[in-house]
Structure formats: C-alpha cells, structure tokens
Design a protein around this ligand. Structure first.
Ligand code: KIV
Ligand code: ZN
Length: 562
C-alpha cells in the first residue's frame, strides 16, 4: 500500500495570479529550440558519449535544423573539452549555429570554460546556480543574500573576462537551477541580479532560462510562474525567456507548451526525451505537435527513423515502441474498428486538403514512415486491416463479403499462432485459400493448357486439366470464355460476380481475376486466378471455384461417363 499522501506530501502549489492571460492565448509560431542532448542528455547516460559519438550526434542535430546546441561542460569533462576544441579548431560549427557551454558559478570553472571556447566566433556561456530553499539550506548552506552575491560576483567576473575577448560574440545564459521549486520573488531577484551584472541593454541581450529542474507542479502552475516572471523581469525586451522542462511528472511536453502561451521564447530539451531521471522535455514531440497544428516548427523530422537510429546508437538507449511520432507501433492499428476507419480515411483523404485520417494524428509519410506499417493484424483485428494490407501491398481490392469470409480464415490462423500476422503471411493465406486451393483430396484438379476457337454460337474452349496427374480434356462452348469454361464443367456452377484487374504491384504485368460462383444448390464461393494471360487467370479462378465447391468428382463423372 502507498504511504498516506495527506501526511507525507504537501498539497499542490497554488499561485494567486488572477491576472494570468496565457489561458486565452494560442501558440502562433515555433520557439527558439536548444538541444541539450550533448550536455544534460549526455550526463544522464550509462555510457556518456565520446568525442566521435558527440560529433555524430552534433551533425545530426545540425541536419535536423537546430541552431542552438549545448555541447557540454568543458570545464568539468575532458571529453567535452576535447569535443569543443575539435568543433572550433576543425571549423565544424556552421555559421548559423551557436554552441553553448555550461559552467557552474565558480571562478576556476569560468576561467576554464572561457579558455575552452577560445577562437569560437559566437558562444553562449551558460552559468547556473541553485536558488530553491532546499538547495540553499540543505545543499549549500547559503542565505538568499549570499545567493545573490554569488550570482553578481560570478557574472561580473565573466563579464570582465569576456569584455577582454571581443573577437568572440559572447551571449550569457543564466539559469536559476531549481527555478520550479524556488519562491518566485527569489527567482526574480536572481534573474534581475544576473541581468544587471551582465549589463543587459539594447544590443546586449541575455537568455534567462527557467528550468523545472525537478518537475513538481501541474503545467498550469508552471505557466503562471512563467507569465509572472515575464511580466516583471527587468529589460524584458532584451531577455530571451527560455524554459528547460524535465519530465518527472510525465508532463514535460504540456509544461513546455503552456510555457509558450505564458510568454516563453525558447525551449531547451532533448530528442525523444532523453535526460536525467524521466528525461528532459522531448523536442521532437514538441516540434511535431506544432507541425500538426499547422505551424512550421523549423526542425526537419521528415526522416524520423534515421534520427531515431542515430540517437539510439549514440545514447545506447532504446526508444519506446509507443513513443509519440517515432515509436515502432505508433502508426499501427491492431483493433479492427480502427483499421477499418483508417482504410476508409485514406480513401477519403485523397480528395481533402487538410489531414484528417481517423486515428492518425499525422501523415506517417511526412515523417518518412511508410503506410505499409500502418495496419497490422492480430487477434484484435478485423476485415478492414486485412483488406487494407492486401490493397497496399498487393494491389488487390476484395469485396466486403470476401473480406468477412477471409477475415474468418485469418482469425483462425492468429488465434492458433497467437501472434501478429504481417502482409506477406496474409497474402500467403489468401493464395492458399483462393488462388491455389487444394481442398479435400477428392478435389485435386489442376489447370494445364487451353485452346480457343470461334465456332457457330460463340467460342469453343478445349481445356487440358490434370486430375491426380491424369490428363483430363474438357470442352465447352459459350458466348465468351467464362461461359465456355462453365459449359466445359457441365454447367455445374454459375459465375455470379466477375472482376479482373491488372496487378499494379507485380513486377511483370499480371491479370488478377476474382470470381464469386454458386453451384446448383445455391452454395457460393470466391476464387481467384493470376496469370499474364487473362484467359488463363479466369480459367484458373474457375478451377479453384470448382474445387472449393467440391464439384470435381461430379464433373469428372459427368464429363467422362465411362
Ligand atoms: O535541469 C536543470 O535545472 C538544468 C540547469 C543546469 C539548467 O539542467
Ligand atoms: Zn536539466
């Protein structure tokens, strides 16, 4: 049993902020994105990345369109230092990309950080210190006044150092770490102290980054805090207000989205939500959430599988199969009613402007994912998914009645195997059931050859068949080929529906014939044939129909009375 929450945990924080405006706002444009995959994400790995891996990740971030990338903590890590030097010395940072390096508020670390980035044309130096009461009191034993002095002293020191190095464009990012747990007045004082110490003015902006170092409130409470800060912070016009949500409550994405409504200009996070504990906010989800609302996120995830592969390789962490947008299963519908709706939705979509396929919040093709994996078939599935897979993979459309009949065959198979069945297995079952049906032993009858001639009253067909390997020759006359074949089968069956089509998915042109037949007792069956010659595909379909209706012994007897 869980401990009693009433006595163990404090009630949810409430902010008295009736003037909040974010509730009535809408997001209209993408924020500035910063990837902290190579810093916060990297710090949370079993095996932190080496220089080579970092470079591979960095290049992918650049390819995706990130313009601000936190590359590490060079004063604290030899690998991060080597990586930063490599980026700078080998000129690997594109002109429109700015790297960010992190440092604690300590003079020796600031010195090392500035030395690490010498020669870089533009750098964001990210300086942070903890501000929340628990950290002040338990971890550092500092008063609020001492915290403010720490900020002022170290940012002034950083300013002095960087003022002497004008060949680099220096941008300061200040983070009151543990902002989410800090009294708002104290957080505001910390940020304003940083702003004053850095000498912020027009042309000398600052990034103020407000983290949910540990996510501890509902996203609306965080949004209130962001709007509260945004309204009060000094030199707001020169402040790029950034948020850095973690995901301890599983609401990192909501927190970031509401923060945008509340005035945040920038979001820091990691691809696919890697990061300490439950992760940093997932930049991919955020970007694609915007995309599906008709907003250009400025990040390109049109080859999302490639991005995922690189991230998994670099982090050595798997992405969950149900992770939004990227998970292996997120464009898969197992349930029959969902499959049916998706299949109908794809047809409907062909005439629409805006995306609206039921159950698919985004067009998988936009992410470079294929429709083939949209529908998978297991014991929960229905005819819609099966029909869709046949249509998509083999170009075969089957009528509703056959969908129902065939889904029974599939169902039997998946109930027995208790596993999912893919398009190839569905096709094999379709072929065994309707294309090459051997049925009971008594029904063995194979097509061998045919010849056609024009005679009075229509066309005469001579059919060469094999009954248990023994040649059987039948002939019949009719207005067309089908009627002539039916006549050759002693009129023991009738074709009630006939469809033929060229198979678009076949490598060589093939005709596909699908027929529905009934015998003289009214029993019906579907049967199909495939061949380059349309006459052969029709004959093959009729031979299968004869087998499926169990008519072979009867036809052999009627046509060979001896
Ligand atoms: O989560 C956090 O608070 C951080 C800061 C250093 C920004 O990563
Ligand atoms: Zn963090």
């Amino acid at each position: 049993m869980l401990a009693n929450p009433i006595t163990k945990y404090q009630p949810a924080e409430i902010i008295n902020f009736p003037e909040r405006r974010w509730v009535n706002k809408q997001v209209a444009k993408a924020p500035i994105w910063l990837s902290t995959d190579l810093r916060d994400g990297n710090q949370s790995l079993f095996n932190p990345m080496n220089v080579e891996t970092k470079l591979k990740f960095f290049n992918e971030l650049v390819r995706v369109g990130l313009k601000e990338i936190e590359v590490g903590f060079p004063a604290a890590s030899a690998i991060d230092l080597a990586f930063v030097r490599k980026l700078i010395e080998e000129n690997l940072i594109p002109a429109d990309v700015t790297i960010m390096v992190m440092t604690q508020a300590r003079k020796d670390l600031i010195d090392k950080t500035i030395a690490a980035v010498r020669g870089c044309p533009r750098v964001i130096v990210h300086l942070y210190n903890a501000t929340a009461p628990r950290w002040r009191e338990i971890v550092f034993g500092m008063t609020v006044t001492e915290v403010m002095e720490l900020i002022n002293n170290h940012i002034s020191y950083l300013k002095e150092l960087t003022d002497k190095l004008p060949e680099t464009e220096w941008i300061l990012q200040y983070s009151p770490e543990t902002f989410s747990a800090t009294e708002l007045e104290v957080a505001l004082q910390a940020c304003n102290t940083a702003i004053a110490a850095w000498g912020v003015r027009i042309g000398r902006p600052i990034i103020i980054n407000l983290p949910t170092t540990v996510e501890n409130t509902m996203p609306n409470v965080f949004a209130d805090k962001i709007e509260w800060m945004s309204q009060r912070i000094a030199h707001r016009e020169q402040v790029i207000l950034s948020v850095h949500p973690h995901n301890d409550r599983g609401t990192g994405v909501a927190t970031a989205e509401l923060a945008l409504l509340a005035g945040a200009d920038r979001i820091e996070g990691c691809l696919f939500g890697n990061g300490e504990r439950s992760g940093n906010v997932d930049l991919v989800t955020l970007a694609l959430n915007l995309y599906t609302q008709g907003i250009n996120p400025g990040l390109d995830f049109s080859a999302i599988n490639r991005v995922a592969k690189i991230v998994e390789e670099c982090t050595q962490l798997p992405i969950h199969p149900r992770h939004p947008y990227v998970g292996e299963l997120v464009f898969t519908a197992f349930s029959g009613s969902h499959q049916d709706a998706i299949r109908k939705g794809f047809l409907w979509q062909q005439t629409q402007q805006y995306w609206g396929v039921p159950y698919l919040p985004i067009d998988p093709a936009d992410l470079g994912r294929s429709y083939e994996s949209v529908i998978r078939v297991n014991s929960q599935s229905g005819k819609g998914g099966i029909a869709y897979l046949l249509e998509q993979n083999y170009g075969i459309t089957i009528p509703r009645k056959l969908q129902i009949e065939f889904s029974g065959i599939i169902q039997q198979q998946v109930d027995t195997s208790e596993v999912e069945i893919d398009a190839a297995a569905i096709w094999q079952l379709f072929a065994e059931s309707y294309l090459e049906y051997v049925g009971g032993d008594k029904d063995n009858l194979e097509y061998v050859d045919y010849s056609l001639e024009t005679v009075a009253g229509g066309r005469r067909i001579v059919l060469e068949l094999a009954h248990y390997g023994t040649p059987v020759v039948l002939s019949g006359v009719g207005c067309g080929v089908i009627e002539a074949v039916v006549n050759a089968f002693a009129n023991q069956l009738e074709v009630v529906n006939y469809e033929e089509k060229a198979l678009s998915h076949a490598t060589t042109a093939q005709a596909f014939t699908l027929i529905e037949c009934c015998d003289v007792n009214g029993n019906t069956t579907f049967a199909a044939g495939i061949n380059a010659d349309i006459v052969v595909s029709s004959i093959k379909a009729l031979v299968v129909a004869v087998r499926r209706l169990g008519l072979v012994p009867q036809i052999i007897k009627l046509t060979n009375p001896r």
